[in-house]
Design a protein around this ligand. Sequence first.
Ligand code: DGJ
Length: 719
Amino acid sequence: MSICFNNEAKQFYLHTRSASYVMEIYEGCLAHIHWGARINQAPLLDELFPHYVGGGFCASDLPGRITDSTDILPQEYPSFGSADLREPAIQVRFETGDGLIRFRYHSHRIYNGKPAPEGLPSAYGTEDEWETLEITLLDEFTGLKAVLNYSIFYEQDLLARSAKIINSGALSCELQQAASFAMDFHDDRFDVIHLPGSWGRERHIQRTSLDHTSIRLDSKRGSSSHNQNPFLALVRPETTETAGDAYGFCLVYSGSFMAGAFCEQFHTTRVQMGIHPHNFSLRLTPGEAFQTPEALLVYSGKGLGEMSRKFHRVIRKNLCRGNYRDTARPVLINNWEATYFNFDEEKILTLAEKARKIGVDLMVLDDGWFGKRDNDNCSLGDWVPNLRKLPSGLDGLAKKVNAMGMQFGLWFEPEMISPDSDLYRAHPDWCIHTPGRPRTEGRQQLILDLAKPEVCDYIINTLCGILGSCSISYVKWDMNRNMAEVPYAGHGHRYMLGLYRVLETITGKFPHILFESCSGGGGRFDAGMLHYMPQTWTSDDSDAVERLYIQEGTSLVYPTSTMGAHVSAVPNHQVGRITPLDMRSKVAFMGRYGLELDLNKLQEAELDKLKEEITFYKAYQQLIHCGDFYRLASPYHSNRAAYQIISEDKNTVMVFLFNVTGIPHMCADRIHLQGLDPDGVYVDIDTDKAHDGSALMYVGIPSDNRRDMLSTVRIFKKQ
Ligand code: DGJ
């Protein structure tokens, strides 16, 4: 058993391969003792607080104990309503007007397997892979319960936490906040790593010393957003890619969220994550319950690289689902940057034909194929092909593309409605709005109110109708604005539940279709969406240099298998930069490879080059997406970047070397490989030269730094 309860010490132990998580029932409170390197037995909490701590200004609600106050006690799910005046994980307002909760241990159970939070995305696996501890806390004054869920995945040192709040009392209440988890570390010697950004520059790595302060990350935008990702890591100041403690936290949710690390007077750190309490409120009548989203918690004692690889394995194998989870995916061409709205069937077929000749498998028709949409002013909701542009309809076009030997894919933005659309004229009340107040448009569009079941049903029926009507092998599911003027508190979460129902139904009905989510690029790149769609369009910015930053930031949590990455034109449409085709292609190798440019404008030599690149990518895509990813050199710290992917059997190693700006008259850089067998012999497949594994790791390989925008991929095979 990896989870056990020591009845004498009143301590819970959750052991994974190299980590332990320990809690103690202390005066009925659920206290946190340890999360980190694996231990056999923890001291009692009283032994860790050998002298009396209390008095001062802390109210004494644990009289007679060494830790005299819950304001000092390291807690697992703190509430407002006793002496603990730090950040609460839960807040309620009862119909009497008060909001006090005093949770105490009530019961627990341990079982194999892992429950799936109803209606929400979550990690999954077999009864052998997961084991669960469920602890119920009770406020005896109101009957409110919190059932805390701790599911461990032994192999990856992963803990999935969530909470179910049950109103088992006689009074109704408004639930105003319910974090997915909280925990108190005993010190604050941490740096916080998070992934802020904006449209076109998502998930840039930020590392900030906690320095006895508090850091709150959030999105109040109705989606996980471009601006912050629902991820944070706490690391020691000395932690690097390869050494030191790293604690990673990732929320499996796609709506507004709040994550924070809060330092307190005793230099402790409370970390928590969950649905944003801002404008959140749900009524719980007696007997009703609320399920929080799940959070994934990973510990690594070997630095950030190992933390990321643990997230990658679990996201790849135990969060993403569907036919495409493990199989090779088609190389696609998307017409967006090739044509924008200005296309017709002939142009699409010409592009497809050129693409087919260089090895592309799938033609994706992006925005503009429906209604009278020639620009972004109209027609969202009118999912009827524009016969002026597509005279043989979707079915006719799909058949012609199929006849070339290619698959056909289609763009949708199903959650949206244009004020200038037949759908809006028929159902003006279906958009998110507050009657009597002005409504803000974003990109000239409104959002369909997925908190309404009839709107969700409409989307399901419409999409299923189209997807069943012709041969569609791929869907790009876009979402291009934030939510404004939401009609009531708690609406955002109801919207997410509606969206998840829609996604579960549609992706379940069409298992042969590859779905890629998108939100103006990577505005909803989160573990929640990945549960339904195994890849996300990483960013609208496909410039190779910017992509090094975005893809490296994204790789802190999400595997290469989830990142849509396309070769686009130069000058780049987002930043105007000119990068060599070779570099654009090598950067795109580290994701789900595709093209997003007008092939008619390329020279024959460039088309030949792309053909070679696609052949190479196809030969190695399983390695790229199923191997272990290492960050060897970062563009955040230098003018270069280097990454490594090693196959699960450790026999094939792929190294990516990029030099962004050249340095004149300088010795070559050395890049040190990682995770090889030091006694193994590795042969470079281009030169046939054998290399010693230890030398590849500890002496390194040279990386050319003399010119701007250099890119090299090297492959070593173990003999
Ligand atoms: C935003 C997406 O990120 C783009 O790739 C493209 O699909 C446009 N929307 C189309 O409107």
